[in-house]
Design a protein around this ligand. Structure first.
Ligand code: ADP
Ligand code: MG
Length: 345
């Protein structure tokens, strides 16, 4: 890595040149601007027969198979509370930017420890339910409607900056989990440094409008795009490029791979998923967003040095060649000047 001493790994020498020409910086929210280590602040059942522990315990049973930061928080909270439902989970599928889906054996005896006998053995025999854990888009994809009063409660929490994860069982929303994720302590300084460089700033997130606007607002970033899928993030950057902007995108997740490749300069933050590291042009080895303005400053300085040297190399030749042709320059001096100019560059 060219600049690994500063905590940045550059995939090629072109990165610095590109960095010098960046006009806009687009940032992922979760895990990039925020810590990406959310914690559960509450669990809210919205269907009759469902309690807090049951909603959380069932969500955790499915999320155990996911590596998403929300999944980790939900499993942790269930373990600390009423427990993770010990039900058989099959057909697990992650829907990027939306959540997870799986079949859960709800009627089993093991499941009843957490899910309660009423829920677990409803109808007596074991039954398989399709469980969905994720954002509203994930439920909407399956035509699952959410009761209006539940939407209002969730909306109020979102406006306070919380992320809401819905739990759907078969055709019905049974509850939601609210999570909070703090802005990283070094983020405000990083954003201030980018603003000082007069760059356009935007936040894109797969999260809902409430928490996305909240984080952008706290950092004074005017443009915030929420509920954006991984492909959507790529399209946001593509549209900016069509307007002649040169875009740096910084993000952490697997879901950021398409946009990291699309951006003029894709920067993956450390601890990010392997996939995102592969798609990036630069990797922040040290987990610190302030390295982004550092990288841009370095790029500017490097190209200024290159430009300065090119100028002197040309100046040498413009002055030297006519002199040499006229015989006013000793061939040895001319040769030395030529070598020196190449050395400069
Ligand atoms: P961001 O763009 O903010 O980094 P992601 O693209 O990783 O977020 O995820 C977007 C949204 O998808 C999350 O805010 C969450 O609502 C939902 N989501 C994705 N995976 C999961 C999961 N395993 N559990 C719950 N929600 C999930
Ligand atoms: Mg992210």
């Amino acid at each position: 890595g060219v600049a690994s001493g500063r905590g940045i790994l550059l995939k090629s020498g072109d990165v610095l040149e590109t960095a010098a020409r960046v006009t806009d910086v687009v940032l992922d929210k979760t895990g990039t601007l925020t810590r990406g280590a959310p914690s559960v602040v509450g669990c809210f059942p919205v269907a009759p027969g469902w309690g807090e522990d049951e909603v959380l315990g069932l969500a955790a049973a499915v999320e155990r198979k996911s590596e998403h930061v929300h999944a980790r928080a939900i499993v942790e909270a269930a373990r600390a509370g009423g427990g993770v439902a010990d039900a058989e989970v099959s057909g697990f599928r992650a829907v990027p930017g939306r959540g997870v889906v799986a079949s859960v054996e709800l009627g089993s005896r093991a499941a009843s420890a957490v899910l309660g006998s009423r829920l677990a053995s409803a109808g007596g025999a074991s039954r398989t339910s399709r469980v969905r854990v994720g954002n509203r888009g994930l439920l909407a994809d399956e035509g699952i409607a959410v009761p209006v009063d539940a939407l209002e409660r969730a909306g109020a929490l979102e406006n306070e900056g919380h992320t809401v994860v819905w739990v759907g069982v078969d055709g019905r929303a049974v509850g939601f989990v609210a999570l909070a994720d703090a802005v990283r302590p070094e983020t405000p300084a990083a954003i201030a440094a980018l603003r000082a460089r007069r760059l356009g700033l935007a936040v894109v997130s797969g999260d809902a409008a409430g928490p996305t606007a909240r984080v952008a607002g706290a950092l004074g970033i005017g443009r915030a795009e929420a509920e954006v899928t991984p492909q959507g993030k790529r399209e946001v950057v593509e549209a900016m490029q069509r307007d002649g902007r040169r875009v740096l995108f910084a993000g952490d997740g697997v879901n950021d791979a398409p946009v990291l490749s699309q951006a003029d300069l894709g920067v993956a933050v450390a601890r990010g998923a392997d996939v995102s590291l592969e798609s990036a042009d630069a990797v922040l080895v040290r987990d610190d967003l302030r390295l982004v303005p550092d990288l841009l400053r370095l790029g500017r300085r490097a190209t200024n040095v290159i430009r300065g040297n090119l100028f002197w190399a040309f100046a040498y030749n413009v002055a030297g060649i006519p002199l040499a042709v006229a015989g006013a320059l000793h061939p040895l001096v001319a040769a030395a000047a030529m070598a020196a100019s190449s050395l400069f560059v």
